[in-house]
Ligand binder design. Structure first.
Ligand SMILES: Nc1ncnc2c1ncn2[C@@H]1O[C@H](COP(=O)(O)OP(=O)(O)OP(=O)(O)O)[C@@H](O)[C@H]1O
Ligand SMILES: [Mg+2]
Length: 231
């Protein structure tokens, strides 16, 4: 459903991603691994259209979105939970969720129950300001905000970074339940190997902006981990 083809992308003069190709099938959980600074976030931003591709293509549901604006990609069904969450601190939890609806494929006036059901703690916090939530609560809010638009593909950039263990477990369960529902594919960038192994179907490892390795869970051996992931 998503095909990234020979993508080249970067900032100003510097090229970060070189000839990156990847595929995500419907309902699949694909994990994006690699040490700090290899280009995971850059790839997510390029898929979302927040960064213009210099070369190559982003094809989604057979439509070439390479030149499409971020809002069009969102309306095509791609949801994004950015690294660092990007919650609006001055807006309430409820208002933050409403912003997620803006990206819907079909116009909606209310936040879908399914998005909230996965985060039962949120309704009790509707009137609190986003900025007053803990990091873990903000992560849950960012996740629910992305789900509010009913995406077919969800980009999750390090959802467990700096989050307390109990909420990491909640997020693991949410990813598993999304996988079980089978309606939404996920591209997950995450540092914790234990976490990605517990949810991932297929893995891409980036090194210095190129895909250095790809394969299934069985092939993700200790040797591979030592070569590309240990610091
Ligand atoms: N806004 C920017 N302007 C210029 N260079 C940037 C910018 N953002 C990132 N970079 C550079 O691009 C490279 C890739 O960064 P990116 O954030 O994509 O890595 P990452 O794999 O997501 O790292 P991390 O695991 O720390 O999140 C790094 O060398 C980084 O310094
Ligand atoms: Mg990153």
């Amino acid at each position: 459903m998503l095909a990234v083809q020979q993508l080249e992308s970067g900032y100003g003069e510097s090229i970060i991603l070189r000839e990156v190709s990847m595929q995500i099938k419907p309902g699949q959980v694909v994990c994006l691994l690699g040490r700090n600074g290899v280009g995971k976030t850059t790839l997510m931003r390029s898929i979302m259209g927040l960064l213009r591709a210099r070369n190559g293509k982003v094809v989604y549901k057979n439509a070439d979105l390479t030149k499409a604006a971020p809002a069009r990609r969102a309306r095509s069904g791609i949801g994004y939970v950015p690294q660092g969450r990007e919650i609006f601190a001055q807006l309430t939890v409820y208002e933050n969720l409403l912003l997620g609806l803006e990206a819907s494929t079909t116009p909606m006036a209310v936040i879908p129950d399914e998005a909230i059901a996965k985060f039962p703690v949120l309704p009790s916090m509707y009137n609190r300001r986003g900025g007053d939530l803990s990091g873990g609560q903000q992560q849950q809010l960012a996740f629910a905000r992305a789900l509010a638009s009913n995406p077919d593909l969800l980009l999750l950039d390090e959802p467990c970074e700096g989050i307390q263990p109990s909420i990491v477990e909640d997020i693991r369960e949410v990813i598993r339940s999304i996988k079980q529902d089978g309606k939404t594919a996920i591209l997950l960038a995450e540092q914790s190997l234990d976490f990605v192994k517990s949810v991932g179907d297929y893995f891409y490892i980036l090194e210095k902006g190129v895909v250095a390795w790809e394969g299934g869970l069985d092939a993700l051996s200790d040797d591979v981990i030592r070569s590309y992931l240990t610091v």
